[in-house]
Design a protein around this ligand. Structure first.
Ligand code: HAS
Ligand code: CU
Length: 583
């Protein structure tokens, strides 16, 4: 539905300012994080080393935190704010409140960032080389944990802002269905509230006081499990805004309409239900969790494929509808009628295409038995550069070419540079990610500055390690070039002057609208209730077992996950039988 005949900035000038600032914060993180990515690629491949290997982990932490948390979440709060205000056709309730949560997110990022940067300066006794997963017993400076906590609180308040808008709108429109974009924002916010509790508890109850020295150990398996309770669901916090764009923007730009509003609602409800009770699929190799609990997480994960498969169907059907409106015909011939020269379209379509591959590597990760082959290898890094690094990041960059004019009132500096940028990203990621997956299968480890072992050669079944390394280096370099082009385009657009010659704000119409969707889909209380229930079913027993065995604050002496009874018992048996053999 087209809701306005003006641009967003004319409609909501004050909100446009907040969104602009959120975008700029996001792009600064993208720029710094991207440079660090290049540093890492060349370091690992031992081509150019500008930091020493001990500092590689500071670099990696900053890269992960800036890209996974800062870039993605600042961007998504921007477009969620756009989605709510545009679809409810009303401004935010209280802009001081909005600036407050934005400020908290900035403050949180700066605190965590300073703590990590401290690791580069020897004279400062501060560091946080704990990677973005911050597993204990690795310990960061308290400022790091505090920063993350402040940042998360900022996102919670952003959610309150969106809910306030909706409540106010509902008072004025008691009988209307929740507009689809707002529905998507609210369901995502609800599962984020539920899922971010894990990290919040882990930080506030354990890691922060531990880093202050209030107690001298934590239960590493417990904090790790709490991390993944949030850590899996957070990937859908990044993905849902990209999905939202595929649902409400891609059909419009393709020249058509969204195939089905009800199906889109079903998809977002399924994510609300299933995003959280799946986190244990990151812990298939953790010895302290019983296999049965892992099996439950695996089954839930397989169910969670459904909303993505529904999305693939709905979004491609909408694109096909658009292409046929533009005169496309034939079984596949319609693909040629899509607006491939438009960077907004091309970027999103390529991101979607790559996500299809990412989905397959995700399914492989999710299988309990096959995960043993790929866990902790470069395969996983390949997987998440296709998901968050392309499906999400490339969609965000592509839609920037539409949003930036909307929130600045300025024309995009160069469409062709934009097109080149999204193509280069796709190409770079094809090289880098494919080679990372293949190296992972050979056992090349992740999270290390020195993947080469003395006296041991990884041997490729097809091609050679040298060729795979060259692909990673080439891919990484192309990604860096693409990033520069993106930043130049953004910078030049912002420096340009205001124009009236811009398309109006709006989003796609639907072929089958909300009137076809059962009313129960909008019952957010019901879905939240079921989501909570599923979380209790999936997590209460594993958490009770972890705490029962290891204690809330872990067993004496060691904070590493070594306290499974079976390990201790079999260790004892081993020692006893060894003594027997000797004597
Ligand atoms: Fe994942 C590890 C399983 C999706 C991110 N994942 C990670 C890590 C990250 C991450 C960051 O089960 C590493 C964390 C760490 O540091 O250790 N992942 C999955 C599964 C999915 C999945 C089953 N992951 C994502 C998304 C991410 C993300 C999304 C970020 C945004 N992942 C795992 C597992 C691990 C894991 C294990 C742990 C591995 C280990 O051992 O450590 C599913 O959600 C994927 C479903 C997707 C599909 C694809 C549908 C296709 C679509 C495309 C439509 C096409 C269009 C274009 C629109 C079924 C929707 C058409 C174009 C035309 C031109 C026609
Ligand atoms: Cu996951």
């Amino acid at each position: 539905m087209s809701v306005a005949d003006t641009t967003y900035i004319d409609q909501f000038p004050s909100e446009a300012k907040v969104i602009r600032m959120a975008f700029f914060s996001s792009f600064i993180a993208l720029a710094v994080g991207g440079i660090l990515g290049l540093v890492q690629v060349f370091h690992r491949l031992d081509i150019i080393r500008i930091v020493d290997s001990a500092q590689y982990y500071d670099v990696l932490t900053l890269h992960g935190v800036l890209l996974a948390f800062t870039f993605s979440i600042f961007f998504l709060v921007g477009i969620f704010t756009w989605a709510v205000t545009t679809s409810l056709e009303r401004g935010l309730e209280d802009l001081r409140f909005t600036w407050a949560w934005y400020g908290l997110m900035v403050a949180g990022t700066l605190m965590a960032g300073i703590a990590i940067l401290g690791g580069f300066v020897e004279s400062i006794d501060m560091s946080a080389a704990v990677l973005f997963t911050f597993y204990a017993p690795m310990q960061a400076h308290p400022l790091f944990y505090l920063g993350l906590a402040v940042f998360v609180v900022g996102t919670w308040l952003a959610g309150v802002d969106w809910f306030r808008s909706w409540w106010a709108w509902k008072k004025d429109n008691p009988d209307e269905r929740i507009p689809l974009p707002t529905f998507m924002v609210l369901t995502t916010t609800l599962f984020w509230y539920l899922s971010s509790l894990g990290v919040a508890i882990s930080i506030l109850a354990f890691l922060l006081p531990w880093s202050f020295g209030l107690f001298d150990q934590v239960n590493a398996l417990l904090t790790r499990t709490l991390f993944w309770y949030t850590g899996h669901a957070i990937v859908y916090f990044w993905l849902m805004p990209a999905y939202m764009m595929w649902y409400i923007m891609l059909p419009k730009i393709s020249g058509g309409k969204l195939f089905s509003d009800p199906l889109a609602r079903v998809v977002f409800v399924l994510f609300l239900l299933l995003s959280t009770p799946t986190g244990i699929h990151h812990q298939y190799l953790d010895p302290g969790i019983a296999e049965g609990f892992k099996f439950i997480a695996m089954v839930n994960t397989m169910f969670l494929l459904l909303p993505s498969l529904l999305t693939a169907f709905t979004v491609v059907a909408s694109m096909e509808h658009g292409a046929r409106q533009r005169g496309g015909s034939g079984y596949f011939g319609w693909l040629r009628s899509l607006p491939w020269r438009d960077p907004v379209f091309a970027g999103m379509a390529l991101a979607g295409l790559m996500f299809a591959a990412a989905g397959f590597s995700g399914m492989i990760n999710a299988g309990m038995n096959i995960n043993y082959l790929v866990h902790n290898t470069w395969w996983i890094v390949g997987h998440f550069h296709l998901t968050v690094g392309t499906a999400v990041a490339l969609t965000f960059m592509a839609v920037t070419y539409w949003f930036l004019p909307q929130v600045t009132g300025k024309k995009l500096w160069s469409k062709s540079v934009g097109l080149a940028q999204v193509l280069i990203w796709f190409l770079g990621m094809t090289f880098m990610s494919n080679a990372m997956h293949r190296q992972g299968l050979l056992g090349v480890p992740r999270r290390t500055a020195e993947p080469q072992y003395r006296g041991f050669e990884f041997e490729a079944a097809v091609g050679s390690m040298g060729e795979l390394n060259a692909q990673v280096a080439l891919g990484g370099t192309l990604l860096f070039v693409s990033l520069l082009l993106f930043l130049v385009n953004v910078g030049m657009t912002v420096l340009g002057s205001r124009t009236d010659d811009l398309p109006a704000n709006g989003y796609a119409d639907t072929l089958s609208g909300p009137e076809d969707a059962p009313l129960v889909l909008d019952n957010l209380k019901l879905w939240t209730g079921i989501a909570v229930l599923l979380v209790i079913l999936a997590y209460s027993l594993p958490l009770a077992a972890i705490i029962g065995r290891g204690g809330l604050f872990g067993p004496g002496g060691s904070a590493s996950p070594q306290f499974v009874e079976t390990v201790v018992v079999s260790g004892q048996i081993l020692i006893e039988s060894a003594i027997e053999v000797i004597t």
